[in-house]
Design a protein around this ligand. Structure first.
Ligand code: ATP
Ligand code: MG
Length: 350
């Protein structure tokens, strides 16, 4: 097997409010990976526009949300000097590579993608082609850097499998050309998803069977990173639960989705396992447990929200970080794209 340089890539869309699911399932884990990998973290603005304008809010909103997601990365502890932070549309190779991958990916593969089905809903005829093609652009985001590891929430598992399928088919279809160009057996790595921990899938506070999402019309369904302490307290107190006290063993959380979700959130915020939380709160009533969860959530999230507000007050500073990151990402992506052109057989300027 060809050996690939280890590299982490992940992205977050600048649509709507960043929430606790994005933080615990993705951003908090991005921060932790900085010590062991070279990391590239991207604000995927080209993905945001795949949804109807009413969802992403138009040009002004897109710009401010792009800066807000960047601020969240920085406030959470991502270091844009040691690692790379940028917005997708500043590196055109993402779109260019997506075209090549459009010719690799099969309709049958994309027809199986559940995110498209969920987001398009009943009015599929009216969904954008971009929404359908979203997973191919995502494969290009990752493979433009030949990234080996991608931290994401559970909901993105299927898209990462598609990324591996695209990489594998490219490696097979062009095996001769890849070897002739000196890249060995494979040009693209089969990227490993990094999914896991107690908050890989944070659920809605109103419905334990639905994922917490930016696009949920009910603001009470999620905790936003910029919510103040009162809002956090109110949303947690109102969160749906069942009438039983908490179990003392993890097995007791099965078929209790709301209880499982709140215990998972507590565990992820504290950086412990669900079993440890139950060792402390087993047999407690929800009122007691919710009070402890409010304190923990406010202590952890409060400083991040405050730092985000401080950072977004200076958009010039954020834009400078994004353009510096884009320049560094561009060097890597251009190198990949030049090799892809040679492998595919596109004549290019020397
Ligand atoms: P949208 O509803 O617009 O798709 P989103 O909340 O899913 O928004 P994304 O920008 O699509 O946000 O995802 C950013 C990252 O957050 C991804 O890694 C995704 O897997 C993760 N993520 C999103 N929702 C959750 C959740 N409820 N629990 C854990 N991780 C999540
Ligand atoms: Mg999503």
């Amino acid at each position: 097997m060809t050996a690939f340089k280890e590299r982490v890539f992940s992205g977050v869309q600048p649509t709507g409010n960043l929430h606790l699911g994005n933080y615990l399932g993705a951003i908090k884990r991005f921060v932790a990976l900085q010590d062991s990998y070279d990391c590239i973290y991207c604000v995927v603005d080209m993905h945001a526009i795949t949804q109807p304008v009413a969802v992403w809010g138009g040009p002004k909103e897109l710009m401010s949300q792009t800066r807000e997601v960047t601020a969240a990365f920085l406030a959470a502890g991502i270091d844009p000097k040691k690692h790379v932070v940028f917005n997708q549309s500043q590196v055109p190779e993402h779109a260019e590579l997506a075209w090549v991958f459009n010719c690799i990916a099969r309709l049958g593969w994309l027809n199986r993608m559940t995110q498209f089905k969920e987001k398009a809903g009943k009015d599929r005829e009216n969904a954008s082609i971009g929404l359908y093609d979203y997973p191919v652009l995502m494969a290009a985001d990752i493979l433009a850097y030949r990234a080996t590891h991608v931290p994401v929430g559970e909901d993105q598992k299927q898209h990462l499998e598609l990324t591996r399928d695209i990489a594998q088919k490219f490696n097979n279809d062009f095996a001769g050309s890849i070897a002739a160009r000196g890249f060995g057996e494979a040009f693209f790595p089969l990227t490993e998803p990094l999914i896991g921990g107690p908050a890989a899938r944070v659920m809605s506070l109103r419905d334990g069977t639905k994922k917490m999402s930016k696009s949920d019309p009910s603001d009470n369904s999620r905790i936003n990173l910029t919510d103040d302490a009162d809002a956090v307290a109110q949303k947690i107190r109102k969160a749906k639960t069942d009438p039983e006290p908490l179990p003392s063993e993890e097995k007791g959380l099965e078929s209790r989705p709301e209880a499982d979700n709140l215990v998972g959130i507590f565990a992820a915020l504290k950086g412990v396992a669900k079993a440890d939380v139950l060792a402390d709160y087993g047999n407690a009533q929800f009122s007691t447990f919710k009070s402890a969860l409010v304190d923990l959530a406010v202590d952890t999230m409060g400083p991040i929200g405050a730092e985000m507000k401080r950072l977004t007050a200076d958009p010039g500073h954020i834009d400078a970080i994004l353009s510096e990151g884009a320049a560094r990402a561009g060097v890597l992506a251009r190198e990949t794209m030049a090799a892809v052109k040679d492998i595919v057989g596109f004549v290019r300027r020397a």
